[in-house]
Each structure stands twice: as structure tokens, then as C-alpha cells.
Design a protein around this ligand. Structure first.
Ligand SMILES: Cc1ncc(COP(=O)(O)O)c(C=O)c1O
Length: 363
């Protein structure tokens, strides 16, 4: 018998509070401001307090966060090391800023950058390491930091999947100079569109610079009078996203706890050898498994009412990025990887259904 309702891969968890806050913004007629006042400022303060960063600026997507953060690092004609198993924005942020993406291999157990592989591709042109906390599991930041310090290079984290993830007992967002988050509707903090950069080094000078760049380079503004002393973009967050983000943040710990419960069951009950490890510091944005017969498997899951996904086709295999590079581990993983839902709208029964179907169709 087919289930009545399809189980979605991603699904924002909302209640009355989001509805009330959206209505308030609607009625206020104050919907957006490049100056980032109102709910945007409140969201920034709450998020910064939550992750224990020195400061935070909110933007309109994770892509904008990466674009803006990398614009602070002078990467023109310099190399930036990143994993290929990520959303294309990670690499686009390098091209937007005139840099050269250098893909490094991942660890097959965590699917995060392998520090040894990173060291292998460091050259005198390397300016930055850009790790991705894949599916919410924290990268080996200690080893990457040691490398960065040894070679005198910077690190910016792509934490799009990692809202609520901890590393060394500190939240992701509090470690590196700049850390980029996404609040896309599929993410653990879901908004209609949003992102943030947390700042942990020289906030007094970096924050005003980032704020200016996020609003077309506007500086020295007094009411209607202002100057523009650098190039910037229209990257500021709107009030609706900020108001929803404030409510989503209040629920993040509770919702991530539910995601961890789902992951615990997948880890214990899915009878596949290759699957996401159990690490209760992870935000479990999704849960990955590796199967041999992926197209057939995903088709069977869909036929039986469960949406699954592929995160990701490797970036170095996209036409725009294709070069001679060969990344055997990434390519092998990418042929087999399937994402399963972890969102807190799943019932116990949904999770049982997913586990039974995975065990039936993956072998
Ligand atoms: C790893 C990663 N980086 C960056 C982004 C970009 O975020 P956004 O969609 O908010 O622009 C995403 C979003 O899917 C992502 O998964």
C-alpha cells in the first residue's frame, strides 16, 4: 500500500510565531533597509550571541555571504582550496572575486576536506582554505588551522549546513576569522532567503567594511547624504527573512535535537556499511548514505513515497569548472551518495518507513 503523503527531503518547521512575526512586518510597512536596522539587526545580535562570535552581519543568501566574505581576502589571481563535493556557490565565490579554485580530496568517512590532501595542493599562490562542514558534520578545523598557520594563509568556513554544529565544545561560527551561513528554506534555520557572516577577528574594522559592501559600497551616511568609496552589492537581508530567522533561531536547538534523534536511528538501523557517522555535535542538515544502484534506489524510494536527493555532483565535473583534475575519492563518493531527510516534521513512523525502505532497496 502506498503512503498517503510523500515524505519530503527538506521541509521548514514553522508554527504560529513565524506567522505572527511576518504579519507584524507586513503591517509595519517597513520591509527592507540597506542600513540593516530593525529585525535584521536583532537577528544579527541573536545569531552572534548564539554562536558566540564577536560580530555578525546578515545578508540575503549563503551565496552572498561567501561572495562578500571572500571579497575581504584579496584573492585575485590567488588560489583558494576547497572540496569539490559542495554546492557550486562555494566555488563561484572564488570566481566572483577573481581567484583560482583548487579542489582537494575529501575524507571518505566524513566527506569533509582531508587536511593531508589540502597540504598536497598548497602552493606559494595559495591565499585561503575554504572548508565545507558537509551535511552538518564539522571539518577537522584543528588540522586545517595548523596548516593555515604554517603556510601563512587564511581560512573562511562554508557553514551553510552547520547552523548549530559544535566543534571542540564551541559552536561553528565562533572559530575562524569569517564564517558563512545559509538560511535558505531547506536549511536548519529556514527563511525565504538569507545568510550571515560571523566575524571573529578585528570586528571594529571588518564589520563596518562588510556592512558597506553589503549595501552597494555606501559609507559615511547621514540621512540622505552619503559617499561611496568602494564597490559593493545589494546583499542586505530583508525584514521578513530576519523576523522569520529570529523565530527559527529560538527553535534551532530543539529542532537539531530532533534531527540528531533521526540520525541516531538511521545510524543504528540502516544496514549499509557506508553511511554518515554518528556525531552528536553535528546539526544533521541531512543524513547521507552510499548505495551502489543509485538511480534504481532513488526511483524505488520515490515510488514508495520518500523523496531523497543527491548532494552533490562534484563541482570539478561541472562544465564551467572542468579541467584535468582527477579526484578519485570525490568521484566515487559522488556516484553513490544519497541524502535522506532529517527535518523535524518527520514522525517516528516516517523514520521507520524510511529505514525499512532503505534496507529493502539498497541491497
Ligand atoms: C554548502 C553550501 N554552500 C553555499 C550555499 C549557498 O546558500 P544559498 O542557497 O543560501 O545561497 C549552499 C546552499 O545550498 C550550500 O549548501
Amino acid at each position: 500500500m502506498k503512503p498517503k503523503k510523500r515524505i519530503k527531503l527538506f521541509d521548514p518547521v514553522i508554527d504560529d510565531q513565524e506567522q505572527i512575526s511576518v504579519k507584524k512586518v507586513l503591517d509595519s510597512h517597513f520591509w527592507a533597509s540597506g542600513a540593516g536596522t530593525g529585525s535584521v539587526q536583532k537577528f544579527e545580535q541573536s545569531f552572534s550571541k548564539y554562536v558566540h562570535s564577536k560580530s555578525c552581519i546578515a545578508v540575503n543568501s549563503g551565496t552572498a555571504a561567501l561572495h562578500l566574505a571572500l571579497s575581504m581576502m584579496d584573492i585575485k589571481n590567488k588560489e583558494v582550496i576547497l572540496p569539490s563535493l559542495s554546492f557550486v556557490s562555494t566555488a563561484h565565490s572564488i570566481l566572483y572575486n577573481g581567484g583560482i579554485p583548487k579542489f582537494a580530496e575529501i575524507n571518505p568517512d566524513t566527506l569533509c576536506l582531508d587536511p593531508h590532501a589540502v597540504e598536497d595542493v598548497i602552493t606559494e599562490k595559495t591565499q585561503l582554505i575554504l572548508p565545507v562542514h558537509f551535511a552538518g558534520l564539522a571539518c577537522d578545523l584543528n588540522s586545517l588551522n595548523i596548516l593555515a598557520e604554517k603556510h601563512g594563509i587564511h581560512m573562511i568556513e562554508d557553514a551553510a549546513h552547520a547552523a548549530g554544529t559544535s566543534y571542540n565544545d564551541k559552536k561553528i561560527g565562533s572559530h575562524s576569522e569569517l564564517v558563512c551561513f545559509s538560511f535558505h528554506p531547506a536549511k536548519n534555520i529556514a527563511t525565504p532567503g538569507g545568510g550571515a557572516i560571523t566575524i571573529n577577528s578585528q570586528p571594529e574594522s571588518i564589520e563596518p567594511l562588510l556592512k558597506s559592501k553589503r549595501w552597494c559600497g555606501i559609507s559615511n551616511r547621514k540621512n540622505s547624504i552619503y559617499d561611496v568609496d568602494q564597490l559593493g552589492w545589494n546583499f542586505y537581508m530583508n525584514e521578513f527573512s530576519a523576523a522569520i530567522g529570529i523565530e527559527q533561531l529560538k527553535k534551532l536547538e530543539k529542532n537539531n535535537k530532533k534531527r540528531k534523534e533521526v540520525a541516531k536511528r538511521y545510524f543504528a538501523e540502516i544496514s549499509l556499511a557506508k553511511k554518515m557517522p554518528l556525531d552528536l555535535n553535528s546539526s544533521y542538515h541531512f543524513y547521507w548514505i552510499r548505495v551502489k544502484n543509485r538511480t534504481k534506489f532513488m526511483g524505488e524510494m520515490y515510488e514508495n513515497g520518500v523523496e531523497t536527493g543527491i548532494h552533490y555532483k562534484p563541482i570539478h565535473m561541472m562544465t564551467l569548472y572542468r579541467r584535468k583534475e582527477h579526484l578519485p575519492t570525490t568521484e566515487k563518493v559522488a556516484q553513490e551518495i544519497v541524502s535522506l531527510p532529517t527535518h523535524p516534521n518527520l514522525s517516528e513512523e516516517d523514520v521507520t518507513t524510511i529505514i525499512k525502505l532503505v534496507n529493502k532497496f539498497s541491497n
